[in-house]
Design a protein around this ligand. Structure first.
Ligand code: ADP
Ligand code: MG
Length: 267
């Protein structure tokens, strides 16, 4: 397989925080054309794995490992972020903290400079402005154009952050627990947006919640006991017995038209 077709290629990756190992022997290959869910309980290491994808963290060098993103082991972080759209609670909090009064339009435009807002020295070409407007239309956030970040709902904020990364037409999106904190309607509509993104980019969805998995997801990796317990085609991986193992409870998993739900749970 052409390495250009591989988004993530990890072999034997370990991660430590100080003296504690939080991920062990991670082997994972994600190819273009696939959409993945990384599923695991709270504290299992999902966000840590995500920070490896975005190069915000580096593996423990004590073990021989392979860690390639889009076929390269070294990346300029700004360059990488043009290829990878990363949506996390961390980014949302940084905007809330540092740039509460940026409008939706400014948040989207800030993608050009990978900045936390639009500053006086930033200027944008007509083409860039046109693209930002197209992105807002695509995400159905044009009506938020002048709304300040701090005054938006959590779902609206997340949509703006997606708009900010769409500026670069990334080949892949990584979303960490994207619907956490959204009410049912906002959750439903956000998942529709993810399905739209999946038309043009690979989606890597990191979550503890099977309800976030949408039909276009093709593959699953289950995180358990600091490593990937199972991975492969979602039909083979998203089973009651595998979920019971990783969540340490007796789970009966149901599915309907590519959406999943917990029918019952006993512990
Ligand atoms: P998840 O996203 O699956 O909830 P995390 O990747 O956030 O899990 O965390 C995995 C483990 O690493 C947890 O035990 C967590 O407490 C620990 N951890 C996460 N971040 C840090 C950090 N910066 N320093 C020390 N320990 C951390
Ligand atoms: Mg997490």
């Amino acid at each position: 397989m052409d390495s250009n077709q591989t988004i993530i290629d990890f072999e034997n990756v370990y991660v430590n925080y100080a003296m504690t190992t939080v991920l062990e022997n991670i082997n994972l290959k994600i190819k273009k054309g696939e959409n993945w869910v990384i599923l695991g309980p709270n504290g299992s290491g999902k966000s840590t794995l995500m920070k490896l994808f975005s190069n915000d963290l580096y593996p423990n060098t004590q073990y021989p490992f392979k860690k390639e993103i889009f076929g390269k082991d070294r990346w300029d972080i700004f360059e990488l972020k043009k290829h990878l759209g990363i949506i996390s609670n961390g980014l949302q909090s940084r905007f809330s903290g540092f740039s509460p009064s940026e409008t939706a339009y400014e948040v989207v435009l800030s993608g050009y400079n990978s900045a936390l807002g639009v500053y006086r020295h930033h200027s944008f070409s007509d083409e860039q402005i046109k693209k930002a407007e197209e992105v807002m239309k695509f995400l159905e956030i044009t009506k938020l154009k002048d709304k300040k970040f701090a005054q938006m709902s959590s779902g609206e904020q997340r949509r703006c952050l997606i708009g900010r990364s769409l500026i670069h037409n990334p080949e892949a999106f990584i979303l960490d627990e994207p619907t956490t904190g959204l009410d049912v309607k906002a959750q439903y509509s956000f998942i529709n947006t993810l399905q739209k993104l999946a038309q043009n980019a690979c989606i890597i969805l990191v979550t503890h919640d099977v309800a976030e998995i949408f039909p276009q997801i093709t593959h699953a990796a289950l995180i358990y006991n600091k490593t990937i317990y199972k991975q492969g085609k979602k039909e083979d991986i998203l089973t009651s017995s595998n979920l019971s193992k990783i969540f340490d409870a007796d789970i009966d998993l149901g599915s309907n038209c590519g959406r999943y739900y917990i029918k019952s749970i006993k512990f």
